[in-house]
Design a protein around this ligand. Sequence first.
Ligand code: HEC
Ligand code: HEC
Ligand code: HEC
Length: 288
Amino acid sequence: MSGMHRGGAGRGWLAALVVGILSGCSGTEGPGPGDVDAGVDPGPDALPCDVQAVVAERCAYCHTTPLKGNAPLALLARSHFQKPSAVNAGQSVGQRSLERLGDAAAPMPPKSEPAMPEAERAVLTQWLEAGMPAGTCGSLPSGPAPTTCASDSFWSEASGTGASMAPGYACRSCHLQQAPNNAYFFMGTVFPSLHVADGCDPRLGSPSNVKVELLDAQGAVRLTLVPNEAGNFMSNTLQPPFPLPYRVRLVGPGGRSREMATPQTNGDCNSCHTEQGASHAPGRIALP
Ligand code: HEC
Ligand code: HEC
Ligand code: HEC
């Protein structure tokens, strides 16, 4: 198990983003170009600061590069919103965004995600309705997201094996090899955010007041697992305790929830919910 300890690079980036949001960097839209012809004049990529913060929080963890969460396009820059839509060539992606923000049947963000606060919805709606004027805060970074570790505390081999070991690593895959008697069907880690580094102690608190609800194909809750302080949770049987496939509803300490819409048959959650997300997952199993 050598090489499992990793440093938490990129904390500076997160701090900068948080400071930007807290300082209410807004009202810097500058003169708007009015009606922008979709695709004709992409113009500067810079988003207004308040718009950028909302897009980062509510859209860009799926609509990023590489794409995550089965999203079909990136929404990181103003020019991404100005492009013609592939769904309706007469509209820009921004106009589609406006429509989907108000589409009760098929909303963006999708129903699986926590509801968007009205103030944030207003920021995005007003900007889209105003024709997507350029701002001063630049575009969002593309490519892999920097990993974080707020606690700055990492599990290491010296910390030993057991229920708090190796947060973020693919538990069951390793156990099938090294600890087959403990290769429980459902195993994984809940983190406070999407790109927490392998091995980082998330310090969820005890009790965590977090629930991982495993749903069957009919959507009924068949098993509820509670993560420990290290964010780790596991079922207590080696075989699936109900017929597969399964889905997941993650309920946070405040009652907000987030669902995995895609039915799955592999219970080794962290094998997809890696630092950057594998097999289309957006990243970690992150608190709603
Ligand atoms: C959890 C992942 C996720 C988040 C968060 C998310 N989307 Fe999407 N988005 C998708 C998926 C999946 C699709 C393709 C399926 C569909 O159209 O419903 C999509 C499609 C779209 C499309 C293209 C389809 C169309 O109707 O033109 C737009 C535009 C869009 N999203 C805008 C947004 C905006 C704006 C936000 C943030 C306010 C957002 N999305 C948040 C996953 C996400
Ligand atoms: C790289 C390999 C590896 C990974 C990854 C790993 N484990 Fe382990 N785990 C082990 C080994 C080895 C043991 C010790 C088995 C023994 O003592 O027989 C163990 C033991 C355990 C035990 C203790 C069983 C007992 O004695 O009660 C638990 C619980 C456990 N692991 C949970 C997890 C969880 C949860 C994860 C993922 C977050 C995980 N492990 C990730 C290798 C791993
Ligand atoms: C084979 C890959 C895979 C496995 C295994 C997997 N997931 Fe997922 N998960 C995904 C994908 C892809 C998404 C994004 C699309 C969606 O919501 O279905 C996702 C989304 C989620 C979400 C919503 C996240 C968000 O930000 O929208 C949660 C919560 C979640 N998974 C929990 C779990 C848990 C808990 C397990 C293990 C019991 C698990 N997942 C196992 C691929 C996987």
